[in-house]
Design a protein around this ligand. Structure first.
Ligand SMILES: NC(=O)c1ccc[n+]([C@@H]2O[C@H](COP(=O)([O-])OP(=O)(O)OC[C@H]3O[C@@H](n4cnc5c(N)ncnc54)[C@H](OP(=O)(O)O)[C@@H]3O)[C@@H](O)[C@H]2O)c1
Length: 295
């Protein structure tokens, strides 16, 4: 009994220790990225030139602010049908109006629309999917942009999506936008927000920060690269850094055990059975426990 409690406190200590190491590693990556991002991305044009995207339908989550907002605008200006998946539809409609006005005389009207989606509510996510599915129209690119700044969340996120992409023909790309001046720091301590706004030379503008997203969504070689990675012993998904280059992901991204744990926890949190993916691939219906009631 004593042994087991000692062992558990040791594991706890070890876990706390690992947390610190991870945190230091995370912050040193941020500082490195911050100091050198402008230099490593100096070969990129701003804005990033895009091919004609008339054939694409793209959903961009969180497109009322920052990187998502700039991504949505540029995709639409390149001809894509863009669905702004947002929690504030009024703000999205105002943006659409403004962009149409700025674009008038330059070509066909932009093909943009807003749909309600609050990612903090799984009921809202299911409602969004149901409305989308009724249309039976293809979705070519889903840009999971909406989020908040959270150290250490980046890497596990990469892992859990990978499992889905090895089983399907979907290409999953993880990317870093760089350190970008947006509203992302609004929930961080005040002193971090102040520092954030005081570093204009190093920090990217949203137009610079959305280049890796636009590159990942439109570069013709990305699907090929994703397929190649899926055939490796330890499959990982493509990682595009802020300079639009394929980059080696972190060590944790190769950890299959962690990937499985993150996958299982994710399925539990989103209310789906563990074999949901296999069932969907076989064309079976899968019931989710969310989305059955109005909030
Ligand atoms: N900026 C950076 O330096 C940086 C660096 C690395 C990664 N990122 C990542 O890049 C992504 C975009 O961030 P950003 O810098 O553009 O920040 P931002 O300006 O704060 O934009 C975030 C967007 O996400 C939306 N959003 C937040 N929570 C949501 C929810 N529950 N449901 C639906 N939409 C939600 C926000 O909507 P509202 O306007 O309604 O709040 C906003 O449109 C985030 O995932 C962030 O973690 C940013």
């Amino acid at each position: 009994m004593k042994m087991s409690s000692e062992a558990s406190s040791l594991t706890k200590k070890k876990k706390q220790g690992l947390g610190w190491i991870e945190s230091i590693k995370g912050w040193s990556c941020v500082f490195h990225e911050f100091l050198f991002q402008r230099f490593t991305a100096s070969h990129l044009q701003n804005p990033l030139p895009l091919p004609s995207l008339n054939h694409l339908t793209c959903i961009v989550t969180g497109s009322t602010s920052g990187i998502g907002r700039e991504t949505a605008r540029q995709l639409a200006e390149a001809g894509a049908h863009v669905v702004m998946a947002v929690r504030n539809t009024k703000a999205a409609h105002e943006l659409i109006q403004q962009w149409q006005k700025d674009w008038s005389g330059k070509g066909l009207p932009l093909n943009l629309e807003a749909m309600e989606l609050d990612l903090l509510s799984l009921d809202s996510v299911v409602r969004f999917c149901n409305v989308w599915n009724v249309r039976l129209s293809p979705l070519h690119v889903l840009i999971n942009n909406a989020g908040i700044f959270a150290m250490g969340v980046y890497k596990p996120r990469r892992i859990c999506r990978q499992q889905a992409c090895t089983e399907t023909r979907i290409s999953v790309v993880c990317l870093s936008p760089g350190i970008v001046l947006t509203n992302v720091a609004r929930d961080l301590p005040r002193y971090v927000q102040v520092q954030y706004a005081l570093i204009p030379y190093f920090i990217f503008s949203p137009q610079e920060g959305c280049r890796s997203t636009l590159f990942s969504a439109t570069d013709s070689q990305i699907p090929e690269h994703c397929e190649m990675l899926k055939t490796n012993d330890k499959p990982i998904c493509t990682f595009i850094s802020q300079n639009c280059k394929h980059t080696k992901p972190s060590e944790e991204a190769h950890n299959i055990e962690t990937a499985n744990r993150v996958w299982e926890k994710t399925m539990e949190l989103i209310g789906l059975p563990l074999d949901a993916l296999e069932k969907l691939i076989e064309g079976q219906e899968v019931q989710c426990r969310y989305g059955t009631h109005q909030e």
